[in-house]
Each structure stands twice: as C-alpha cells, then as structure tokens.
Unconditional design. Structure first.
Ligand code: ADP
Ligand code: ADP
Ligand code: ZN
Length: 217
C-alpha cells in the first residue's frame, strides 16, 4: 500500500507516520527529515536546502523532485509500499510524481490522508514540539511530554527544538501551505483518493481514525 499523508505544519503528520510505519511496514519517506539529515551531514544538497528551510519557504521543486526520485530508485527494501510524508507539496511535485508512477505502477498512490485542523491551533503545536536528536521520537511539552524534561523516553538522548519551529517561520509556512499545497489536495481529491481525518483530537483518537481509513480502503 502506498500512502500519502498531507496537512499543515504541526497537523500531526510525523506523529501518525511513526505509527503507520510500525503497523503497516511501509517505508517512511519524509522530505523534511531527509533535508534535515542532508543539512546535518553538510552535503551540497543540504547547503542548497538550508536557506529556504530556515525561512519557512519551500525548497525549489527541481531540487526536491530529483531528491525523491533518487531516494525511490535506491530503496533497498520495498517493504509493503511507502508512506510519503510532506511530498508532494506543490502541483509541480504532484505532476512529477505522477509521471514517475505512470512508468512504475507499483509506485502509484493508493490513498491520501488529509490531516485537517484549524490553523489557529497550530502555533501551540509548533512552539511546543520537541524532537529526539538520536531516534527522531516526537514529543510535545503539553500534549505528549517526555517523562523526564528534555530527555527521550525511548533512547535517553537529548531533545531539541527545530530551528524553524518559531512563530515567524510558521506564518511563512502557512502562507506556503495555502498557496502551494492546498491545490495538491484538490488534485488528489479529483482522483477520489482523499480520506479526511479530524486531526484536532487527542493523539489516540486521531490514530483510531487513521487506522480505520487505512483498513477500509
Ligand atoms: P512540518 O512537519 O512542519 O510540516 P517538514 O519537516 O515537513 O515540516 O518540512 C520542513 C521544511 O522542509 C519545509 O518548510 C520546507 O522548507 C522543506 N520541505 C519539506 N518537504 C518539502 C517539499 N516537498 N517541497 C519543498 N520543500 C520541502
Ligand atoms: P507535522 O509532522 O505535521 O509537522 P508532528 O507530528 O511533528 O506534526 O506534530 C507537531 C506537534 O504536535 C508535536 O509536538 C506533536 O507531539 C504534537 N501533536 C501531534 N499530534 C497531536 C494531537 N493529535 N494532539 C496534540 N498534539 C499533537
Ligand atoms: Zn530518542
């Protein structure tokens, strides 16, 4: 099964992705995570992406599309399909991905999870987000705190705050979402692939709805 998860910054894509990957044994392809790893390693791609990400702007399509195509071509284990998290985020990216999957039908998207939440609630999610440096576990200082402040429950490493998780960056990211990503939702809606998820509920309730959407295809 090939899944696409969409939603604004802080909607809960990463949190649900971790659970989907564990339950459905799919490859997790998060373009945000890949870019952050490239920045961390100091690669040329990372250097190109960094200035856009720091400002909350989308990385240009040609860079992002090439990176995803490369990533898909070198998947060592195809598992039970994949979960695209944070890609496609523009119409150009959706069309580029459509072209690839027309040539390789096993890459076609089966379902799109639309994580729906009022934008006014996202500031609290973004500013309260904490992540594990080592294993990537996602926490929230109020909604999903670690047992010991600043320390990951899973692996004991230090937690950090993303550089772009500020109110200034959120404003730009929301504007990018309106302008560039909402048309992508319409693109998949027209194909009949979208399942709407109320992402403005406690984490367990969102997870129940996501599981239902993925098992009643
Ligand atoms: P969030 O989880 O807050 O939605 P992500 O981790 O998915 O954020 O993305 C962080 C940043 O990485 C984006 O603001 C953008 O700069 C870049 N990025 C991630 N995915 C894409 C994409 N598909 N196209 C362009 N830029 C992207
Ligand atoms: P995204 O990948 O869409 O940017 P995340 O999964 O990283 O979103 O979640 C953003 C923040 O909100 C994190 O701190 C996470 O712990 C928290 N969060 C995720 N889902 C929920 C939820 N249903 N209710 C409350 N907080 C949530
Ligand atoms: Zn950890």
């Amino acid at each position: 099964m090939n899944i696409l998860i969409m939603g604004g910054p802080g909607a809960g894509k990463g949190t649900m992705s971790a659970r989907i990957v564990a339950q459905f044994h799919v490859n997790h392809i998060s373009t945000g995570d890949i870019f952050r790893a490239e920045i961390g390693s100091g690669s040329e791609l990372g250097q190109k992406a960094k200035s856009y990400m720091d400002q909350g702007l989308l990385v240009p399509d040609e860079i992002t599309n090439a990176m995803v195509a490369e990533y898909l071509a070198h998947l060592s284990d195809r598992k039970c399909g994949f979960l695209l998290d944070g890609y496609p985020r523009t119409l150009d990216q959706a069309q580029a991905f459509d072209t690839i999957s027309a040539q390789q039908p096993d890459l076609a998207i089966d379902v799109v999870l639309a994580m729906e939440i009022p934008f006014a609630t996202l500031a609290e999610r973004i500013t309260g987000r904490r992540l594990c440096k080592q294993c990537g576990e996602i926490y929230h200082i109020k909604a999903n705190p670690s047992k010991q402040e600043g320390i990951c429950d899973v692996c004991g490493s230090e937690l950090y705050q993303r550089q772009d998780d500020t109110l200034e960056s959120l404003e730009v990211r929301l504007a990018e979402y309106h302008r560039q990503t909402e048309p992508v939702m319409a693109f998949y809606e027209a194909k009949g692939l979208v399942r709407h998820i109320n992402a403005n509920q406690p984490i367990e309730a969102v997870w129940d709805d996501v599981k239902k959407a993925l098992t009643n295809l």
